[in-house]
Ligand binder design. Structure first.
Ligand code: SF4
Length: 120
């Protein structure tokens, strides 16, 4: 980064992806949260899982999920959407035991692993 970008974190997706070890997820986090640039949607494990549960995508590959999401989420919401999905995944829509009974999206959700009740 020092040699290629003068010690500055780059501000474009193309430049970010030229950094060894930086893929789209990292690039979207840095550009979105660091610079406020909506270059795409962060797709981590939470965003992947919830997007599938809410039928926003049929894909499992993060790049393809992102391609599906950017078609249906307005660009001015891309940065916030990622944060909201990640928070939702941590708070309620966990991988193994989602707390569907407490979820505001319950009536919209047809996930096969939806749970009718929380564990006792
Ligand atoms: S209803 Fe359950 S599975 Fe569906 S989004 Fe809410 S917490 Fe996740």
């Amino acid at each position: 980064m020092v040699n290629e970008f003068g010690g500055q974190v780059p501000k474009t997706m193309e430049e970010m992806l030229s950094i060894p070890g930086a893929a789209r997820k990292t690039a979207n986090v840095v550009l979105g949260t660091g610079y406020g640039i909506a270059s795409g949607i962060v797709v981590d494990t939470h965003v992947s899982r919830i997007s599938q549960r809410l039928d926003l995508t049929k894909n499992t590959d993060p790049v393809k999920i992102e391609q599906d999401l950017v078609k249906i989420i307005p660009q001015d919401r891309w940065i916030l959407f990622s944060h909201q999905m990640i928070l939702h995944g941590r708070a309620l829509c966990m991988a193994r035991a989602p707390e569907c009974i407490r979820c505001d999206l319950n009536s919209l959700c047809y996930a096969p692993d939806k749970r009718a009740q929380t564990a006792p």
